[in-house]
Design a protein. Sequence first.
Length: 323
Amino acid sequence: MQFFYCFDYLVFYSLLTMSRKNAQSPAPQKHPLQQLRDILKWSRETCAKETGLKPATIQNIERGVAPLPEEAAFAIEAATSCNAMALAESSETWRRMKSEDAKLFAMAGHSQATSELFAPRALNGTLFTAESYECYKKATLSQKSVESAIHDLTIRLELLLGPIGSQPHRFRRMYRYLAQVLNKEKKEAAASDAEIAEYALTLGRAELKEMTVEELAKIPDINESPQWKKANVLERFHPKQKVHVVLEEYPFWPSTERLGTEEDYIVPDYVFGVRTVWRVTQPDGKPLVIIIDNTHSTGLQGRLTDAMIQVNKERQSGKIAKG
């Protein structure tokens, strides 16, 4: 990396020598991210919306006040197809040269070589253009590619969490961090609730059943539901009458965090959910839809009492010094 920085300086100062021949020094080269926005005709607000970055963050990066973080570079790449690594490297070079000698940096101006040095690059290494962005935006992903990417992330998570499964403190900390990141991304940049709900249907199951009114009433979730009570099914029809039922079950994204109802819980726990939909065709042909959301603990909670019992056992065995 040091070699490339030295090479950048050689190019920079050779350009500086040539630029001094001019009577007037041109304006300094724009930051690579600002050049990218110019190519796409994006305002900072548009760039923020497309990449998930904040407008103030974009401004600070373009002014050289703050570096371009790697995660931000990859967010920009995902939104535009601008090469993330090339953008990060050119941004750092631009920021370093500007901070070390702003006057000399301004004198280098907009020569062809400096323009190419700081110009955004496409994924294949060529100069980034509005046309390359349009092609990227129109490109589609095959279902096989999507499934492969999801499988890749699943394997990564397993390799990340599996080795620390026997270390509760590290595992819980990592799990909660990842869950918070996913919740944040869902809120800020992911699909809408409606899109998630629609896709969740493809991950669930549907089953057609024929039941009696009496059998249906014995299911606690149904018998206790407001929809069932309001329909007065047991009062209106004979208990042995048949009804057609479509049972659907699919996952949903719960918005709650299980903190526990007892004071001795010490580890908050995210929950996951399964939505059950009962679509009942009543004997008179009228539909009745009952939706039940069930949330389940991921099992990561711990109790203070359990922890204290373990500590006392370790003290008695001599693993922990008394005092």
